[in-house]
Design a protein around this ligand. Structure first.
Ligand SMILES: *Cc1c(COP(=O)(O)O)cnc(C)c1O
Length: 390
């Protein structure tokens, strides 16, 4: 056989699966034990040591999905983010971060780092030059997130990875919005890849989890801190996440296709002011996205021209107004009222986030049904405006 590496959907379905030696069942057995023998064993197992059979099996699958050597599975995306950052930063160190980050990550940095004597700065824009400009003598880490929330900006992964290598820094990326289906940053030289597995990996809006993928050496360093911080994931949820990942390739491809169709439909609609989607030629990051992504993802944002977006969202029937993202069901939210509510209107405006902006997490429903839902909600919103005028 010359065929060596399994492809995406084969990794999703099989890599890391545990054999059911006893009953020959088709799926991995679930081992819920929190207590394992300590004598005559190779490994002293305990869930907080990230080394139960199900935890290790899932880590193997997730490492394979991101083309990395090893992985750790966490109890939340933020446990993965915080443990990774603190593993490479100590008192007196400095980190350069992208400005447009997931709100929880910005909060972690702004609310906690000072207490631990860790310095930070945010790059002024997304260019490698802007990141380089912020590097100090004590800088240890560069941290990016692409595509970003909610405007789907695209950062040049390879340029940042190269810069980090040149300056001897650890590069980290939050790869949640792309998922391992659409983007594999390790291929571009990134050191540490982080996911909120709550999103595309889980995919059904019913699991909270996180993951970190890197080299054996760096994963061991993160593990040394992780066992003390205690952010591991319960084996039952580990098992559910393995189940979810089997269909991740299929789900995310369907979401890519739907998002592309919806983005094109919205861009052509005369009631729509602007659409932000990396798969559109009109998007600032389109060329870069083509270079570094296998698909453009299931997330898009848009603004209506004259119609009230709050009213529009209340008229949607199929697309649910809801927090979070990346489930098989389509959801929509106003960043100004949710993820970015704590910013001042001026700060939001500086980031290009208007009060009219809606962030749309496109699901796997039939695209015709999603378009029909949008059409009827636009009609209802238009009627409202006419009523007000009369
Ligand atoms: C949701 C999210 C996180 C945080 O993950 P949790 O699982 O909620 O802790 C981090 N980064 C991004 C991009 C996210 O969307």
């Amino acid at each position: 056989m010359t065929h060596k590496k399994p492809g995406l959907n084969t990794i999703c379905t099989h890599v890391g699966e545990l054999k059911d030696e006893q009953f020959k069942g088709a799926v991995s057995p679930l081992y819920m034990s929190t207590s394992y023998a300590y004598e005559d064993v190779e490994v002293k197992r305990y869930p907080r040591y990230f080394n139960t059979p199900n935890q290790q099996a899932l880590a193997q699958k997730i490492a394979a999905l991101e083309h990395g050597e090893a992985a750790l599975i966490f109890g939340s995306g933020m446990a993965a983010v915080s443990t990774s950052l603190f593993a490479f930063l100590q008192k007196g160190d400095h980190v350069v971060l992208q400005k447009t980050l997931y709100g929880g990550t910005s909060n972690l940095v702004v609310e906690e780092f000072e207490k631990f004597g860790i310095e930070y700065s945010f790059a002024k824009d997304l260019s490698a030059e802007a990141f380089e400009h912020e590097i100090l003598e004590n800088t240890k880490v560069i941290y990016i997130e692409t595509p970003s929330n909610p405007l789907l900006t695209v950062t040049d992964i390879e340029a940042v990875a190269k810069l980090a290598k040149k300056r001897g820094l650890v590069s980290m990326i939050d790869n949640t919005f792309a998922s391992p289906v659409n983007q594999n940053p390790i291929d571009f030289g990134i050191d540490v890849v982080i996911h909120s597995a709550t999103k595309y990996m889980g995919g059904h809006s019913d699991i909270l989890a996180g993951a970190v993928i890197s080299s054996e050496e760096k994963i061991d360093r993160i593990f040394q801190l992780a066992k003390n911080f205690g952010g591991s994931l319960s084996d039952y949820t580990v098992w559910l996440l393995e189940r979810s990942l089997k269909t991740m390739g299929l789900r995310v491809k369907a979401q890519n296709e739907n998002a592309q169709k919806l983005a094109e439909y919205l861009e052509k609609n005369e009631l729509v002011q602007k659409v932000y989607y990396p798969g559109l030629a009109s998007h600032d990051g389109h060329e870069l996205a083509k270079k570094q992504m296998h698909g453009f993802g299931g997330m898009l944002s848009f603004e209506l021209k004259d119609l009230d977006s709050q009213a529009f969202m209340t008229y949607l029937k199929l697309i649910k107004p809801s927090m979070s993202l990346a489930g098989v069901e389509s959801t929509i939210l106003s960043p100004a009222k949710t993820s970015h509510a704590l910013l001042t209107p001026e700060d939001r405006a500086a980031q290009g986030i208007s009060d009219k902006l809606m962030r749309f997490s496109v699901g796997i429903e039939e695209p015709e049904d999603l378009i029909a839902d949008i059409e009827q909600a636009l009609e209802e919103t238009k009627k409202d405006m006419l009523d007000v005028r009369l």
